[in-house]
Design a protein around this ligand. Structure first.
Ligand code: 3HC
Length: 283
């Protein structure tokens, strides 16, 4: 029986997760119901692999084989009924959407380890819809997934220690450096990272400095590889808005999304992926 790993959702993160799984030798199947997005997935990932070849990080043949290990289907039910080792859910950061999807994934792919790439939603709340919450864990990846070394593993109250160990082993196998965190809103990473991002937006609203100078302040003054506004463009303004809304529910008004973020998302300015965010990415 052929073994495989599945990733639900071919957005920015889902694509990246499928890429690193395939790079580690897994057969990686992406589930993407949006036909347009599904059709673009392999082309986008081929571009990533080609870029790795150009940078001397990957041999041409290995790049070809990596891409051949990735396929796309349009529904969970289209995944092979047997052989799933790991399924990572990477759909948008809305708890109701994730809760609606998880039971069908669990049913179809049992006994695979089931993971959520959530940036900060409660693993324990997501687990309430599952029959085997002990097989569920948070696996929070970072963008660009093929570059960023961190894997934030989130331990739910019911996560089996053996599943946690398997998550750690997976991180090492795919070349990531893991941390294990308690299931608290925003975990270790989003709580801090989003706080800086939202403050940067409020500073822009207040006219403290231009977007480029706010970013430069953190790049040169604090050695961040990328300032908070450019990083928000990379992550996606829609993604950050969802995370901020979730965190403001759990941690209070300091995480309320700034108006500039709400307005830009409403205008379709989602950052790099849409061509415009706090910066123009069309060139
Ligand atoms: N395959 C393999 N390696 C690649 C690659 C590819 N396709 N593309 C780039 N790389 C490697 C490069 O070779 C280089 O490696 P080296 O250090 O060994 O030489 C490294 O990645 C950096 O690449 P570049 O030199 O081309 O690019 P920059 O130096 O401009 O860095 C960046 C780009 C890595 C994006 C950097 O600006 C950065 O780290 N930014 C911050 C990213 C960040 O904070 N991400 C987290 C966002 S939050 C998140 O994702 C959480 C979620 O919940 C929203």
């Amino acid at each position: 029986m052929a073994q495989y790993s599945a990733v639900i959702g071919a957005g920015t993160m889902g694509l990246g997760i499928a890429y690193v799984l395939a790079a580690a030798g897994d057969t990686a199947i992406l589930v993407e119901p949006d036909a347009g997005r599904g059709a673009e997935a392999i082309g986008t990932l081929t571009g990533v692999a080609q870029s790795a070849v150009k940078r001397g990080k990957l041999e041409e043949t290995a790049a070809k084989e990596l891409i051949e290990r990735i396929s796309v289907v349009d529904a969970v039910e289209a995944l092979p009924t047997e052989g799933a080792n790991l399924v990572v859910e990477a759909v948008p950061e809305r708890i109701e959407l994730k809760k609606a999807l998880l039971p069908a994934i669990e049913k179809h792919c049992a006994p695979a380890i089931l993971a959520s790439n959530t940036s900060g939603l409660s693993i324990d709340e997501l687990a309430t819809v599952l029959e085997r919450p002990e097989r569920f864990v948070g696996l929070h990846f970072f963008n660009p997934v093929w570059v960023m070394s961190l894997l934030e593993i989130v331990k739910g109250a019911q996560t089996d220690p053996a599943v946690l160990e398997a998550a750690r082993a997976l991180a090492i196998r795919i070349g990531k450096d893991p941390i294990v965190v308690k299931n608290m809103p925003g975990f270790a990473t989003s709580r801090l990272g989003v706080a800086i991002g939202l403050e940067g937006m409020r500073m822009l609203e207040e006219g403290v400095a231009s977007a480029a100078d706010i970013d430069k302040a953190m790049e040169l003054g604090y050695r961040h590889p990328m300032g908070p506004l450019r990083l928000t463009d990379l992550v996606g303004l829609d993604v950050r808005l969802d995370i901020a809304r979730n965190l403001s529910k759990d941690l209070g008004p300091r995480f309320n999304p700034p108006q500039i973020l709400i307005d830009k998302v409403a205008a379709g300015e989602l950052g790099k992926k849409s061509g415009k965010g706090f910066y123009d990415w069309t060139e």
